[in-house]
Write a protein that binds this ligand. Structure first.
Ligand SMILES: *Cc1c(COP(=O)(O)O)cnc(C)c1O
Length: 564
């Protein structure tokens, strides 16, 4: 029997009336596209777009529902030169409106495909303010006071995460991928300063450490940096809940130091994309410090945490779980409390990734890399002679010489500031709890069907991964999944796994999109490791509950539909 609270009964998953009331306010104020509250939506093009998308049409019905939809699409697909003639301002640009309205409608209540969301109304307003003003964050002279706004958001996030805001710094950059790139590069610049001019591995042998549960950017960035991925990157094994195996990390780091390999960066993950695995940080920091002392390693490996999705949990770090003022239901309260015990360790990281564009409800792109000690950024400084465009005196006062990019747009920053400061901690807690209550209710409903296995079911994130088995072949989904995990070279094993996957896949493709627009993933879980540390992937289905518009109605419709 599982001791997971959300599996207990329907009661622990019920929505409390007090919560319902609070969430209704958050939704009406911040996720309603109401032009009375947010007059930007009164602009005629925006109004038409919002009206169309508010219809919540099924994906297959959208194109035909737009006047001349098919002709518009054909027009978009055609090759046409830039017109010679000017158009008059005020003349509607039908193709632009079409492209906006018919782009993916994340505000559709059934949209749960991935870690992507509709933006909050204030975030849209804020981002537009940034676009209108158009500061360039590359350099103070081009940014003006926008530079102070960036620092302000950095201090707010530092306070939420438990960093010292006087020592910490941060950079808004191009997506979570770039934040992780900063994480790697900070370690490389600290441990291998020569690499700036000579490239990696010039004087000293090195190993980069990351997690097998990490996002693909954890690997693609290494390729970008010229790291030998096959021979100089060590991926730490993960457990059933997709967090790293601390024993494997200890063996690995010990071996690296014993062999005098430099370890520039250890990349951890808090909130893996598909299963919300959350790595511990404090034991990793303690391990690093202990081994650095033992092996007399002068420059410690930089520990970066990829918290692209998970960071939002820091809004709950000082929530009063005993009093539970938001009336979060018992199932989700327990889940958030479990998360908080881990996310409280984020402050031990040397740097971490924040994607406002994910579970922060800010329009693309809005990502922030947070750095615990601003001095670390000094090691990133490029040679001053590269920056002859800029006045010497001002250079030292900005991140100019330490950033990977040159121009940095400010719409993400303005959007983030507006979202953080209109919603406040209370608004964020309310919408995040709504999503997690949905996720747990969905898990509960799936668990009641009798032929479904929930993947990484202890994890309490917005993603719900699951496998549906044929009840005629499988009476115990837990046992069947355990069989699948026990990787084997036996052809009978492969055939059985394939038969199960084909069954689920055919249900998925055959049933159409009803209630929830779930997704198929080739790697919803990985098998156990064999004696050589090899593993294989197991496919399955997932839904990600980040959508404030999604509720019980959509979940019930999906469950009713799959029950047939
Ligand atoms: C989405 C994601 C990323 C990449 O972030 P982008 O903003 O899409 O570049 C990195 N890590 C994790 C865990 C993610 O979920």
């Amino acid at each position: 029997m599982s001791d997971l609270v959300y599996l207990k009964d329907e009661g622990v998953n019920a929505i409390q009336p007090e919560f319902k009331r609070r969430f209704a306010t958050v939704k009406a104020h911040f996720f309603s596209r109401n032009p009375d509250l947010w007059p930007v939506f009164r602009e005629p093009g925006f109004a038409t777009l919002n009206e169309f998308r508010a219809r919540g049409l099924a994906p297959s019905a959208r194109l035909n529902a737009w006047p001349d939809g098919r002709a518009r699409l054909a027009d978009l697909c055609e090759t046409m030169p830039v017109p010679q003639a000017m158009r008059t301002p005020g003349e509607p640009m039908a193709e632009l409106l079409f492209a906006g309205a018919l782009s993916k409608d994340w505000e559709n209540p059934s949209s749960v495909e991935n870690v992507v969301t509709m933006s909050a109304d204030p975030a849209i307003y804020g981002a537009q303010m940034g676009i209108l003003a158009n500061p360039n964050l590359v350099y103070s002279e081009y940014a003006g006071v926008a530079e102070e706004l960036e620092k302000k958001v950095v201090r707010q996030i530092a306070l939420l995460a438990g960093y010292d805001p006087a020592r910490a710094t941060g950079i808004f950059t191009q997506g979570g991928t770039f934040c992780n790139l900063y994480g790697y590069l900070l370690g490389i610049r600290k441990s291998l300063p020569e690499a700036k001019h000579k490239g990696l591995g010039h004087y000293q042998d090195y190993r980069i450490i990351n997690s097998q549960g990490g996002h693909y950017s954890n690997i693609t960035n290494l390729s970008l940096l010229g790291v030998d991925i096959e021979n100089k990157t060590i991926r730490i094994q993960v457990g059933e809940n997709n967090d790293i195996d601390l024993d494997h990390l200890e063996r690995t780091l010990t071996a690296c130091f014993a062999l005098k390999h430099v370890v520039p960066t250890i990349m951890l993950t808090m909130g893996t994309t598909d299963t919300f695995g959350v790595d511990r940080v404090k034991p990793v920091v303690e391990l690093r410090d202990r081994l650095c002392e033992r092996f007399e390693v002068a420059v410690k490996p930089h520990i970066h945490v990829d918290a692209a999705i998970g960071w939002s949990m820091i809004f709950f770090l000082d929530y009063d779980f005993a009093a539970n003022p938001l009336a979060i239901n018992a199932a989700t309260l327990a889940g958030i409390e479990r998360n908080v015990s881990r996310f409280a360790e984020l402050r031990y990281a040397d740097s971490f990734t924040v994607d406002f564009q994910k579970w922060g409800y800010v329009p693309y792109t809005s990502s922030l890399v947070m750095i615990k000690e601003q001095d670390d950024l000094k090691t990133m400084e490029n040679d001053p002679e590269n920056f002859s465009y800029f006045e010497r005196d001002i250079q030292g006062h900005t991140h100019l010489q330490s950033t990977i990019e040159c121009s940095r747009g400010a719409s993400g920053l303005f959007g983030a500031y507006a979202a953080l400061n209109y919603l406040g901690v209370e608004g964020y807690r309310t919408v995040l709890a709504h999503c997690l209550q949905n996720a747990n209710y969905f898990r509960f409903r799936l668990s009641q069907l009798g032929n479904v296995k929930l993947v990484a079911q202890e994890n309490q994130g917005p993603s719900v991964g699951f496998k549906i088995y044929n009840p005629e072949w499988v009476s115990d989904p837990e046992a069947e999944f355990a069989f699948e995990l026990a990787r084997s070279t036996d052809p009978a094993y492969k055939a059985r796994l394939q038969r199960n996957t084909d069954y689920h896949r055919s249900l998925f493709t055959g049933r159409g999109k009803v209630g929830l627009y779930t997704n198929w993933v080739e790697a919803i879980a990985h098998s156990d490791y064999d004696a050589r540390g090899k593993y294989s992937y197991i496919a399955g289905e997932k839904a990600v509950f980040m959508n404030p518009a999604c509720g019980r109605e959509q979940i019930d419709a999906f469950i009713d539909h799959i029950r047939g």
